[in-house]
Design a protein around this ligand. Structure first.
Ligand code: NAP
Length: 237
């Protein structure tokens, strides 16, 4: 296991859910943090650089990366986690939700990597972790646009691995099944708090443990993709 003490990470979508669990876990392991979310929540971590940052806005990401690098002297880890979901049949999906999923999940990931990569390349061993999904590995019913955004994220991460491996940057997609967070709980988004399957989903902390495992592998190897699912979900082949 490689120590993360003193490393510097940027986590997007850090204010809630999986991103907040990842940020807290990294802080416990001595990682210094830049935290991106629209609310700018610092999770009560006094050392963290946190400010409102919409991943659809490249300039806001660049400003947060610059502030993080200025505070801590570099950047070693990007966890591109910010994401939104909405479920339903394709034609019933409002155009705004279609655009939001592509813009936040896919383009937001590209923009985050674009802002972070010059600094990651200067690190003596960097990691990019994209929080994708089982929906980035299989076509799922009522999730066509979400799947499109997540397949895009996974494909981008796989292609980046070819580009960055020899420069010491590891690229990993983490692909969870259902996680009980606020995700997709909203008007017309296809999940409601009383849905029985929520009770059987994984916790955000379960995913954070996997991210920690990925980041603490010895630097002679890398995990390309990790898939995890609650026992209540089938394997879909
Ligand atoms: P969540 O609890 O709803 O949290 C989403 C996070 O993303 C929040 O911190 C939110 O903060 C941030 N965010 C949303 N839009 C943003 C934007 N435009 N710019 C910056 N930050 C933004 O969701 P989650 O379940 O933790 O999901 C995290 C990731 O895991 C997503 O990529 C999701 O696709 C993926 N995932 C989730 C599940 C699941 O079942 N929950 C399963 C597989 C994969 P603000 O609102 O403050 O901006």
């Amino acid at each position: 296991m490689t120590s993360l003490e003193g490393r510097v990470a940027l986590v997007t979508g850090a204010s809630r859910g999986i991103g907040a669990a990842v940020a807290r876990s990294l802080a416990e392991h001595g990682v210094r943090l830049g935290l991106a979310s629209r609310s700018g929540d610092d999770l009560g971590l006094p050392e963290a650089v946190a400010r409102p940052c919409d991943v659809r806005e490249p300039a806001q990401l660049e400003a947060l990366v610059a502030a993080t690098v200025e505070r801590f002297g570099g950047l070693d880890i990007l966890v591109a986690n910010a994401g939104v979901g909405a479920y339903g049949s394709f034609l019933d999906l409002p155009l705004e939700q279609l655009d939001e999923m592509i813009d936040v999940n896919l383009k937001g990931t590209l923009y985050a990597v674009r802002a972070a990569l010059p600094h990651l390349l200067a690190s003596d061993g960097a990691d990019i972790v994209t929080l994708a999904s089982e929906a980035g590995r299989r076509g799922l019913p009522r999730e066509a646009v979400y799947c499109a955004s997540k397949f895009g994220q996974v494909g981008f991460t796989r292609a980046l691995d070819h580009e960055l491996r020899e420069q010491g940057v590891r690229c990993t997609s983490v692909c969870p099944g259902g996680v009980a967070t606020d995700f997709a709980l909203g008007e017309g988004r296809g999940r409601t708090p009383e849905m029985p399957e929520l009770a059987h989903m994984m916790a955000a902390e379960d995913v954070a443990e996997v991210v920690l495992f990925v980041l603490t592998r010895p630097r002679n190897h890398r995990l390309l993709e990790t898939a995890l699912r609650p026992m209540s979900e089938p394997s879909w082949g």
